[in-house]
Write a protein that binds this ligand. Sequence first.
Ligand SMILES: *Cc1c(COP(=O)(O)O)cnc(C)c1O
Length: 369
Amino acid sequence: MEDNSFSAANLIVDLRALAANYDVLRKTSNAEVAAVVKADAYGLGLGPIAETLSTSGCKTFFVALTAEGVSLRSLLPNAEIYVLTPCIERDTNWMIENQLKPCLYDIDDIHNYIHRSQPTGLQPRAALHVDTGINRLGLDHSQIKAFCDSDERGKIDVDLLMSHLACADEPDSEMNKVQLSRFRENVQRFPGVRASLANSAGIFLGPEYHFDLVRPGISLYGHDPHHKTVPSRVRPVVTFEARLGQVKNLSEGEYVGYGATVRCNQPTRIGVVLAGYADGIPRYLSDAFDGEMHSVFIAGHRAPIFGCISMDLTTIDLSGIPKMDIGNGSTVEIFGRNISIEEVAEYVGTIPYEILTQIGARVPRNYVS
Ligand SMILES: *Cc1c(COP(=O)(O)O)cnc(C)c1O
């Protein structure tokens, strides 16, 4: 591990918690538990995440892009790798060379994939992605029927039939039942083919959603998608920290930051944190919400953000924190054990997925194993 202990900002990834979460999902599900590691494993870093999951017994992985699949193949020579959004026009040879399997979602793509695979002499293998109501990528019911009735059905080895839920994070949504019943109808058309419907939230909807293989992403990385209604069934994996670069005492009447948006109504001690929106601290966190400011965590206390978050720096109000507990180099938690990623996401009106995948590329990822 690189020594980043004095980096301005750090993302600390607990690989033990990742492995524990994989185990929780295995115990929750009767099906094979695959792992979704698209977008650099949700920003956590593909290599250590994939290796830890593989050591925990994970054999099947999903990525979004062919390039992500190629990177993963170099790490895990024996894993089964599906590419969720392949570009068949361009990527077919690349996929075959790297033994990646596309998730085909379009009749023309199926046709092209069969055609482009012919020179290899091997039977093309792929997953088929059916759309059961999210109305994003996927073949609809009539396209699936047309494909099953066509002679192309015999020219391709469909080894996984999959679909994706729109509202799995809302356990009471009718959409879940509608999609489940539509998916079952499609599964009947593919006897002997493995089926997969559930993402993280889908796994927690219950065993009828599990089929042969489940595809969790975010729950492996520490967020329980049903956290509003039940205590989290997975452990936090990620801590985002930055250093305090400077502490200063301002007189009443001074302003702080771009736009001079905040004024000190009394003598105020502020801290300058060495991370900003380029590191993935959403700039919107510097806006007051219901008259309250969002906080970070330092030396056992919450400290409100004070002034506009800038590209590399965030200013915080340290007035409530004993002076002797803090100084240059003190650690500031942006999110982690004390300020949850859910709290940060809710404050800015987004979801933990977006917070994780927006952590800046320049922030070193540190792994605890
Ligand atoms: C991203 C993705 C997943 C994983 O979803 P989580 O909510 O992170 O568990 C599963 N399936 C598909 C098709 C996806 O795109």
